[in-house]
Write a protein that binds this ligand. Structure first.
Ligand code: PEP
Ligand code: MN
Length: 355
């Protein structure tokens, strides 16, 4: 389905990259909202964010202040002249947010992963003239993301954008949510005029990663950034580690290098980023393969088996060689790669057996 899009049209906001949305993960108190928003406004930020209804992994955590926070956002609009945005996850949230005059709505990653919830939200948005930003679903499924956009667009919402906040993974060594940049890149190839906002806070999960991830989003030509900023980040009621003060945000934004967007989506920079991303995946997959080799080593040790079983090795080299050739690579290349992989696997197994 072709999306029918219109520009976001954000009154008072320059169309210059990056369009910045900033504010705390959650609205906590009226003072915290006003203090943060006042400092952000003083730095020239025009769009405020604050979660009023918070999706939590487990019950009992801080689930947001709820509708009592809406008048605080209205104060931000009236007293500071900012546009305000919040997350909606149910038709009840949509109704309350629209009633309160919230300027921009976003739909969170957990909600986008659920087509029933997305359809209910779409139905509740019918007839509203409000920009909606759709976060990527928690799982790396581009079709699901696009399906969510189609549902919202199908309800007549034409001022649409997306937020790239990364994808859940067990592997949290660097990122809280893996960026998998190739997914938003492919989304832009499929729907070129859809504005993409990078969310360095939720991808990184720590404040040290906000700057480099913002730069990466800009290098990929994203339209904007949505960054979590709090007047006293360390005492935030949610996502404390990833929030930055308005001062630090201003410093980060000031240091960003904004390059011209090349007309073609296949600029060298974009292709190189894709290569980087794929190399990261190759390394992660190899590490996963080695972990399994170690498990096999453990099994062989427990069952008194030898490490190298030549039949299996020959089979791997032959099969992978044929597969590789079918995929357009040379047989010699495949042999070199898999010999090297096998050598490292054996080393890993021996290491486990000698423990
Ligand atoms: C948020 O923006 O605070 C949030 C809950 O994000 P996500 O849906 O990306 O986890
Ligand atoms: Mn958050």
């Amino acid at each position: 389905m072709e999306l029918e899009l219109e520009p976001l049209r954000l009154p008072g906001v320059e169309a210059k990259r990056p369009i910045v949305i900033a504010g705390p993960c959650s609205a906590e108190t009226e003072e915290q909202v006003m203090d943060t928003a006042t400092q952000l406004a003083a730095k020239g930020i025009r769009i405020f964010r604050a979660g009023i209804w918070k999706p939590r992994t487990k019950p009992g955590g801080f689930e947001g202040v709820g509708a009592v926070g809406l008048p605080w956002l209205q104060r931000v609009q009236k007293e500071l002249g900012m546009l305000v945005s919040t997350e909606v996850a149910t038709p009840r949230h949509v109704e309350a947010a629209l009633e309160a005059g919230v300027d921009i709505l976003w739909i969170g990653a957990r909600t986008v992963a659920n087509p029933f919830a997305m359809q209910e939200l779409a139905d509740s948005l019918r007839g509203a003239d409000v920009p909606v930003l759709v976060k990527n679903p928690v799982n790396p499924d581009l079709e699901l993301w696009i399906g969510g956009l189609e549902r919202i667009n199908g309800a007549g919402i034409k001022r649409l954008g997306v937020i790239h906040r990364g994808f859940s993974s067990y592997d949290k060594r660097i990122y809280r949510n893996l960026p998998m940049w190739h997914i938003p890149i492919e989304l832009r190839r499929r729907i070129p005029h859809l504005p993409i906002f990078g969310d360095p806070s939720h991808i990184g999960g720590v404040r040290e990663l906000v700057a480099p991830l913002s730069q990466q989003a800009m290098d990929l030509g994203f339209a904007g950034l949505i960054v979590e900023s709090h007047c006293t980040p360390d005492s935030a009621w949610s996502d404390a580690k990833q929030q930055v003060t308005p001062d630090v945000l201003d410093f980060i934004l000031d240091k960003l290098i904004i390059r011209d967007i090349k007309q073609t989506t296949e600029s060298l920079e974009t292709l190189r980023r894709q290569i980087d991303e794929i190399d990261n995946s190759v390394i992660e997959l190899l590490a996963k393969r080695m972990r399994i080799s170690r498990e096999i080593g453990q099994y062989k040790r427990e069952h008194n088996m030898t490490v190298v079983q030549t039949g299996r090795y020959t089979e791997i080299l032959d099969k992978r060689g044929v597969q590789g050739v079918l995929c357009g690579m040379s047989g010699d290349f495949m042999k070199t790669i898999f010999e090297a992989i096998h050598e490292e696997s054996v080393r890993q197994q021996i290491d486990v057996m000698n423990k």
